[in-house]
Each structure stands twice: as structure tokens, then as C-alpha cells.
Design a protein around this ligand. Structure first.
Ligand code: SF4
Length: 192
């Protein structure tokens, strides 16, 4: 399946296509579960009735968490972004939640302890420890912020709560990877 090369885009007109291998009727049943309905409804409230584009991602997270009556939110952040994490924690706290910010350096492991091929004794990111700590805190939702590529995968695989990304790390494009794509697009437009 390659949706980008599809000329009909029939799915956008609520017609499933022959390329799909999944069974929609089974998925519709899954969507009917109480848990999925809660999430789907809370997500819809953020964008339905002309609201799309009116809330920032952080505002959306706060409103989403309020509508699900969440109480405790984990913040898994990169220690290099701690100043931003402090501010975000404060905003979330002032919105009525208990916030559990956990740094990627939690546990204080050395890089040589985590990576078999490293002899570096400086502190390592510890995505297993970061997710484990947040699991122990039993939060309702986890926000991730600036985790390194790869570390984010280990974190996401091990975190037990729902998690959403507020900020993705991109060291070249000021943590906004789409800037690179837009730059490439612009170059192509100019060449055309
Ligand atoms: S109709 Fe099928 S192939 Fe085309 S965009 Fe939709 S899902 Fe992808």
C-alpha cells in the first residue's frame, strides 16, 4: 500500500479501498470499547465545531486531560530542555494537575553502563529508568519532550500510560522537523 501514490483517495469519501489488509468491521468493534470511546470523544472535542486551529498543542493536552478527568501527568523530558520543562510543569500544575517531571538522566547511569560499545563515563540518557519511574508514579497520561531518537523508542515501548509527544528533538531545525521538509519543497518550487 502506498497512500501517497493513490489517485482515487476513496477513503476520504468514506469508501474503503482494495489495498487495505485490515478488517474495518473488527476495528469498528474495537472503537466501541469504553476506553477507546473516551479517547476518541475527548480528541473530537478539541477540533469539532470549528475548533481546529484554535488551541496550541499544549492547550490541547491540558483540555484533553481535563475532559477525561485526569489527575496526574508525567513529563518525560530531555535534561537539556529543563528550563522549558520547568515552565511546562508550572503551566500544567496551574491547570489543576499533579505533574511528575522525570529527566532523561534519571538513575545517573554512565554511558559505558548502558552502551556495550561505549567507554564514556559521562551520564547517559536512561529511557528505561525514565519510563519505569513514571510507571511507578501511576500517572494518567505522559507527555514526552525532546527525547533522543532511539531513546524515545525504548521509552514508548515501556511506558504503561497513554503518552503523547509535545516536542520532538531535532538538533538542526530547532526541534521542528517539518522545517526541513518545507525547505526542500521550497527549493523544488524554485527549480521548477
Ligand atoms: S483509497 Fe486506499 S490507497 Fe488510496 S489513499 Fe485511501 S487508503 Fe490509501
Amino acid at each position: 500500500m502506498d497512500c501517497t501514490k493513490c489517485s482515487t483517495k476513496s477513503c476520504r469519501k468514506t469508501e474503503s479501498c482494495k489495498s487495505q489488509k485490515f478488517d474495518n468491521s473488527q476495528l469498528v468493534m474495537q472503537y466501541k470499547s469504553f476506553e477507546n470511546q473516551q479517547i476518541i470523544n475527548a480528541a473530537a472535542k478539541l477540533v469539532d465545531n470549528g475548533r481546529a486551529g484554535t488551541l496550541s498543542r499544549l492547550q490541547e493536552i491540558i483540555e484533553f486531560a481535563k475532559s477525561l478527568d485526569y489527575k496526574k501527568i508525567g513529563l518525560a523530558y530531555c535534561y537539556g530542555m529543563e528550563k522549558d520543562a520547568i515552565l511546562i510543569s508550572q503551566i500544567i500544575k496551574e491547570s489543576g494537575f499533579k505533574i511528575i517531571p522525570v529527566s532523561c538522566a534519571t538513575g545517573g547511569l554512565k554511558q559505558s553502563e548502558v552502551n556495550n560499545e561505549s567507554e564514556i563515563d559521562k551520564v547517559s540518557c536512561n529511557p528505561l529508568g525514565q519510563s519505569e519511574q513514571i510507571n511507578i508514579e501511576n500517572v494518567d497520561l505522559t507527555i514526552t519532550m525532546g527525547l533522543c531518537l532511539g531513546h524515545d523508542m525504548i521509552f514508548q515501548k515501556n511506558i504503561k500510560s497513554y503518552s503523547t509527544t509535545l516536542l520532538v528533538k531535532d538538533r538542526v531545525y530547532n526541534h521542528n522537523p517539518i522545517e526541513e521538509i518545507r525547505k526542500i519543497n521550497k527549493i523544488q518550487y524554485e527549480r521548477n
